[in-house]
Design a protein. Structure first.
Length: 52
């Protein structure tokens, strides 16, 4: 590893993994519903819960 701790790299890995998994889930929901508003509402609710 060049210039960083393993713990930081592990945190970045899990952050990117969660973004990728969330993207796949939201993409699947869009494919099933063919409605972007549903995906926007789900993403907004997730963000609201995460912030609070």
């Amino acid at each position: 590893m060049i210039g960083g701790s393993d713990l930081l790299s592990l945190g970045v890995f899990f952050a990117l993994l969660s973004i990728a998994v969330g993207s796949v889930i939201l993409g699947a929901i869009y494919e099933r519903t063919q409605n972007l508003v549903v995906v926007i509402v789900i993403h907004s609710l997730f963000n609201a819960i995460s912030v609070s």
